[in-house]
Design a protein around this ligand. Structure first.
Ligand SMILES: C[S@@+](CC[C@H](N)C(=O)[O-])C[C@H]1O[C@@H](n2cnc3c(N)ncnc32)[C@H](O)[C@@H]1O
Length: 277
C-alpha cells in the first residue's frame, strides 16, 4: 500500500503534501525525511513504515545534511531495532556499512553502473574518496578492468571497504587504501587510465594530484555540486587545474546524477585529458 495514502488516512488533519511519500532503503533500513512540524508523529510514521514493509527492520529519519570531512548524514532512529548497521545489495555486490559512521547513498547506484559500463578491458582505475568501496567493487564486477584502486581517509569507511572486499570474494583486482588522497596517490607512483574524483564538495582540491596521476589520453570523472544551469563552473574548475599543469581537457559530457536540496545538482564531468590530436 502507498505510504502517503496510508499516512493521509491515519493523519487526516495534516497537509498531505507535508507527509513523506517514500524513503531510501539501505539494506533493511528505511531512511525517511519527516517535515520538522511533524516531529511529534515520528514514531507513528516509523511504525507505519515497518508495518507496510516487512523487509524493513529499522526506520531512521534524516536529522540534518551530509556534513564534515567524512560526509556523514545525521540520522535519528524513530522505529524498529536500535542500529544503523546493515548489508545493502546493489549492482550485484554486497556492501556492509554503518550509516552513522560512513557516507553511503543508494541514489548513486545508477551512476556507479554508468561508470562501470564505460571502463574498457585492461584499464587501471583509481577512485579517489572511495568510501566503503561501492565504486571500486561495481567497476571491478561489471568491467574487465585490470586493477581498481580506492583511496579513502575515513578509517571506519576504509575498514568497511576491506570487509566489503571479503564479502564479494569473486570480485578480484580491487585494492582499497586508507589515507588522504593527496598523500596516498603520489606515493603509488602510478599512472592510471581513468580516475574518479568522488568528492562533490571540495573535490577541486584533489584535481592537481588526480591529473598528475592520469595518463595522457586518460579519462577523468569529476563530481561536483552546482545550482541548476551552472555546469560551466564545473568545466572551469577542471580547465583551470589542467592549464596549471600544461594539460588539455576535452569534455566528453556532463551527467546529472543526483541532487542536494532544491535546484542543486550532483554533476559528473567526463573528460579526456591530453587526447591524441
Ligand atoms: C561523498 S563521499 C563518496 C564516497 C564513495 N565514493 C561513495 O560513492 O559512496 C566522499 C568520501 O571522501 C572521503 N574523503 C574526503 N576527503 C578526502 C581526502 N582528501 N582523501 C581521502 N578521502 C577523502 C570522505 O571520508 C567520504 O567517505
Amino acid at each position: 500500500m502507498n505510504l502517503r495514502k496510508t499516512l493521509q488516512a491515519r493523519f487526516p488533519a495534516v497537509d498531505p503534501t507535508r507527509l513523506p511519500g517514500g524513503f531510501d532503503r539501505v539494506g533493511d533500513i528505511a531512511v525517511v525525511m519527516v517535515a520538522p512540524e511533524l516531529a511529534s508523529l515520528d514514531r507513528e510514521i516509523g511504525e507505519i513504515i515497518l508495518a507496510l514493509h516487512t523487509n524493513v527492520r529499522v526506520v531512521a529519519k534524516r536529522d540534518g545534511q551530509y556534513h564534515g570531512e567524512y560526509r556523514t548524514l545525521p540520522l535519528a532512529i524513530i522505529a524498529g531495532e536500535q542500529r544503523l548497521t546493515t548489508v545493502h545489495r546493489e549492482n550485484g555486490i554486497n556492501l556492509h556499512l554503518d550509516l552513522a559512521r560512513v557516507y553511503f547513498s543508494v541514489r548513486s547506484a545508477h551512476e556507479r553502473a554508468r561508470i562501470a559500463a564505460l571502463v574498457q578491458p585492461g584499464e587501471t582505475v583509481a577512485v579517489l574518496c572511495s568510501g566503503i568501496g561501492p565504486f571500486p567493487l561495481v567497476i571491478a564486477r561489471h568491467s574487465g578492468a585490470r586493477e581498481v584502486i580506492g583511496i579513502e581517509k575515513n578509517p571506519m569507511a576504509h575498514a568497511y571497504a576491506l570487509q566489503n572486499l571479503q564479502a564479494n570474494p569473486k570480485i578480484t583486482g580491487v585494492r582499497c587504501l586508507e589515507g588522504e588522497v593527496t598523500w596516498v596517490l603520489p606515493m603509488l607512483d602510478q599512472k592510471f587510465d581513468r580516475i574518479l574524483v568522488a568528492l562533490p564538495h571540495g573535490g577541486e582540491a584533489l584535481l592537481p594530484c588526480a591529473l598528475a596521476a592520469l595518463q595522457p589520453g586518460g579519462i577523468l570523472h569529476y563530481y561536483d555540486m552546482q545550482a541548476k544551469g551552472c555546469s560551466t563552473a564545473t568545466r572551469t574548475k577542471v580547465e583551470t587545474a589542467c592549464r596549471e599543469q600544461g594539460r588539455r581537457m576535452q569534455a566528453l559530457g556532463i551527467t546529472r546524477c543526483g541532487h542536494c536540496g532544491p535546484a542543486v545538482y550532483r554533476l559528473c564531468l567526463d573528460a579526456v585529458i591530453d587526447a591524441a590530436r
